[in-house]
Design a binder for this molecule. Structure first.
Ligand code: ADP
Ligand code: ASP
Ligand code: MG
Length: 828
């Protein structure tokens, strides 16, 4: 939070933040807390009308224009709402004076509405007079609520402070006069009294009521900040700051921590309702920071808008849309290459106060298209026809056509013009989403790129663009196959780490889950913690895999947490379809050679990442270390190690006197073993890991054609026992105890037994077998289920590189798996 420098701070509460008496009290509490924090410097509060009141007053006007008596009913409801708030918020002693004020106000509004009813029309001037009542009614009640809570406060009608011209509905501020009026008005106000000022409203020099345009209270706050040389402005609203898109359209939109004035202004200009477009202007000269905070989450995520331009080149920060736009097209030979003509048109429109959202020129078709607000379409056409009368007469221009029902979508971020790729990506994305682009903005502005689409496509366009740019956040969709121990732990981790990952700009969303018997696919997202409850009996893994490949979600990652060969066999197709694969499943690395080559080809096609660091020594980061060594030119010569936590555990326990069968049982109970312990005991698991390691060394190491059968493996259990059904297997295991005890004795006191995997590049040999190793060698010094790899390379010789670490239990596997998922998401 900014330091208290004794400067004024302006706090603005929007309609939703004062929508109910309860909310008003919440606002009072917030200011009480702020006042406690900020000892020096004046606090000023700007309040909107109670939420929805301005809209209701406009409805009343429309009803009156249409000569419907309902304008009275509407006004009656508004009165009743304020009367209820009065009773709820104000001290009873204040009721009579407040009621008198409100009665007079409503009486005035009634007269105005009756006038509209008679005249059957409502001028902008009348409209402003009527809708100004919302703020004029709310502010005295909010001030009373402050006083009722023991905070001295005084209501101010901004018509005594803010001076404008008479452009009703969107008046232009006279800052010098406003400054003089405001400073004079506050001069005698004791420092501890909080002025509560009406937002939105102002007056002309003649004292005629004006308004600053819809959402104008935001602007009032910064106008006052200018007038009082404030140090900071806080806009309190109902969302956590400015989000990357309208949260009602894009639920996964997120708070933008920092925006430049330009970015915020551009966002507001292109329709983001959270701020009035002119809000930033009074702040720029003195670089006054503007915070956007959530009344209901005061300490939560928020946005700071300042003069710092933090975005990297071409980083799209937010996507927004203006609905209800119209396209006005000039057609004719005079329209091509007619920048002078366009300049004249712009000039005339600017003078009439018409915003042009976009200009597009199609020289081949000899047209210039402008996007304007639908309500300004007719005026635009009229102005263009008169401004360009000469060209029209001469036939250089054939006509000015209007097409309603358009929307302008914009991608906003600083330094856009340095990033031509963004425009291309924007249009490719809209094309992929089958959205017809009606007009493309001519050249990117510094801070936004925009395009016109049909109004019906506006929401889809915003969603597609938000998705495509992912706003710096790497959003990835996950499908988890396998909900066993590792799968469940991964889900728990994802649930626990979600916030931390979001802070690191990684947004992972679970869209599917499949077990061997059941599955669910939900493109809208599944909660990590309850996804399993959504599993459906009538759905299987194949259904889900088919659905996800058909759905073409962006950044889709399948996490295979099974040990299934069938699932592994789908990897090449998934990768070719652009779906990333992350897995601790060792099958893919060890299936037949044809499959392996197919998989390698799919990986080389580089459509999607394939990550499997959990398959070998996850806790050692062994695969990534070796990969990095090879990549940087080292040559691996010999790797010896204990890669099976289970077997390490079994031999360590035997060394300490535990019988073989008991040691196996303990390892199984502790969750070290593969789901089927025989995969470990027969050495198959160790052999698979060794093969994966060997293949990781690349074709130069000479293991390119090696298959699992080429790994010489000794089993710890004779094949007749290993082949038994699991329960019989467990029952017969103790028969082997005596034999192992003999072997242990035979090794002698200076040696210990260990199951060692050896990868000898020079000899072209892969071997997994029981060895008696010197008691002081790194291979012998293991505890529990820990693993070790002793690597001799060109760089590490004669002193080898020794990597030792914990065996991959479920926690470590899930953690490394999550790291792979994040890496995959970032790589896509
Ligand atoms: P207030 O009453 O506080 O002035 P508004 O309704 O005027 O509030 O503005 C806040 C609303 O703006 C949010 O509730 C949200 O629905 C909408 N909105 C649109 N675009 C954005 C955006 N990019 N970031 C935040 N809010 C947005
Ligand atoms: N009450 C006005 C509106 O609804 C101004 C504001 O809320 O900012 O537009
Ligand atoms: Mg607003």
């Amino acid at each position: 939070m900014t330091k208290d420098q004794g400067l004024a701070v302006i706090h603005k509460f929007g309609g939703t933040s004062v929508g109910t008496p309860e909310r008003v009290r919440g606002a009072v509490r917030l200011i009480a807390a702020e006042r406690y924090r900020q000892r020096r410097g004046r606090l000023v509060v700007v309040s909107s009308a109670f939420g929805g009141v301005t809209d209701r007053l406009l409805e009343a006007i429309r009803a009156a224009v249409a000569r419907k008596e309902t304008h009275r009913t509407i006004l009656g409801e508004i009165r009743e709402r304020h009367e209820a708030a009065l009773r709820d918020l104000a001290d009873p002693a204040e009721h009579p004076s407040l009621r008198a004020h409100l009665d007079a106000l409503w009486e005035q509004v009634r007269e105005l509405l009756d006038g509209v009813f008679l005249l059957r029309e409502c001028s902008p001037r009348f409209t402003d007079a009527i809708i100004s009542a919302g703020e004029r009614a709310s502010v005295p009640l909010v001030a009373a609520a402050f006083r009722n809570a023991g905070l001295p406060a005084r209501a101010f009608d901004a018509r005594t402070l803010v001076r404008t011209d008479d452009r009703f509905g969107e008046a232009t501020v006279d800052f010098a006069t406003t400054r003089a009026l405001t400073q004079a008005a506050f001069a005698d106000l004791p420092p501890d009294v909080v002025p509560i000022v009406t937002g939105f409203v102002a007056t002309t020099e003649e004292g005629v009521t004006t308004t600053l345009g819809r959402s104008g209270s935001d602007y009032t706050a910064t106008i006052l900040a200018d007038a009082l040389d404030a140090g900071r402005v806080v806009i309190w609203t109902d969302v956590n700051g400015v989000l990357s898109a309208d949260p009602r359209l894009v639920p996964e939109a997120f708070t933008l921590d920092a925006l430049s004035y330009q970015e915020a202004a551009e966002l507001a200009f292109f329709g983001a309702k959270v701020l009035h477009p002119r809000t930033m202007r009074p702040l720029v000269r003195r670089s006054v920071p503007l915070e956007i905070r959530n009344t209901m989450d005061a300490g939560g995520a928020a946005t700071v808008i300042s003069d710092a331009r933090t975005g990297a080149e071409g980083t799209v920060k937010a996507v927004t849309a203006i609905r209800g736009a119209a396209l006005v097209t000039l057609r004719g030979s005079g329209a091509s290459g007619a920048s002078a003509l366009a300049a004249r048109a712009f000039e005339a429109l600017a003078q009439a106060g018409i915003d042009v959202f976009l200009m597009a020129q199609a020289s081949s078709e000899q047209t210039v298209t402008l996007a304007v607000r639908g309500t300004a379409a007719e005026a635009t056409q009229r102005i263009l026809v008169s401004t360009l009368a000469r060209e029209l007469e001469r036939g250089d221009l054939l006509g000015v056509e209007v097409e309603e029902g358009a929307a302008v979508v914009a991608a906003v971020g600083d330094f856009m013009h340095y990033a031509p790729g963004v425009a291309g990506r924007m249009f490719a994305t809209l094309g992929k989403a089958r959205i017809n682009v009606l007009a493309i903005a001519q050249g990117a502005s510094d801070t936004a790129i925009s395009a016109a689409v049909s109004e019906a496509d506006a929401s889809a366009a915003v969603r597609a663009l938000h998705e495509a740019f992912a706003m710096k956040r790497t959003r990835a969709h996950l499908v988890l196959v396998g909900a066993g121990a590792v799968g469940q732990r991964l889900l728990a981790l994802l649930d626990a780490q979600q916030e931390a990952l979001l802070d690191r700009q990684v947004n992972l969303q679970l869209v599917g889950l499949a077990t061997s018997t059941r599955a669910v696919y939900e493109p809208g997202g599944l909660p990590f913690d309850t996804a399993e409850d959504a599993l459906r009996d009538d759905h299987g893994l194949s259904d889900v895999l088919d659905e996800i490949t058909a759905a073409r979600l962006e950044r889709l990652i399948v996490v295979d947490a099974t040990a299934s060969e069938a699932v592994a066999r789908r990897y090449p197709d998934l990768l070719r379809a652009g779906v990333g694969v992350v897995t601790p499943n060792k099958q893919a690395g060890t299936l037949d050679h044809t499959f392996w080559q197919d998989l390698q080809a799919a990986i080389r096609a580089r459509r999607a990442p394939f990550l499997y660091d959990t398959t070998v020594g996850a806790g050692l980061a062994l695969l990534s270390s070796l990969r990095e060594a090879v990549r940087t030119g080292d040559r691996i010569r010999l790797v010896e190690g204990v890669f099976s936590g289970t077997l390490g555990y079994v031999f360590n326990a035997m060394r300490d006197g535990t019988p073989f069968s008991e040691a196996v049982r303990q390892a199984h109970a502790a969750g070290y073993t593969e789901p089927d312990p025989r995969d470990d005991l027969t050495g198959v698991d160790a052999a698979r890991k060794l093969l994966i390691l060997a293949r990781e060394l690349g074709p130069d190491a000479g293991f390119g054609d090696t298959v699992l059968a080429d790994v010489t493996t000794t089993s710890l259990v004779p094949s007749d026992i290993a082949r038994l059904p699991l329960d019989l297997f467990w029952a017969r295991l103790p028969e082997l105890d005596a034999g192992w005890e003999r072997q242990r004795q035979a090794a002698g006191a200076d040696s210990v037994l260990q199951y060692v995997s050896t990868l000898d590049v020079d000899a072209g040999q892969l071997q997994c077998r029981v060895r008696a190793v010197a008691a002081d060698s790194p291979l012998a010094r293991l505890r529990g289920s820990s693993l070790v790899a002793v690597c001799t390379t060109d760089r590490y010789a004669p002193e080898p590189l020794i990597v030792q670490g914990p065996g991959a239990n479920i926690d470590i596997t899930a953690a490394v798996l999550l790291a792979d998922v994040v890496r995959a998401a970032e790589a896509m």
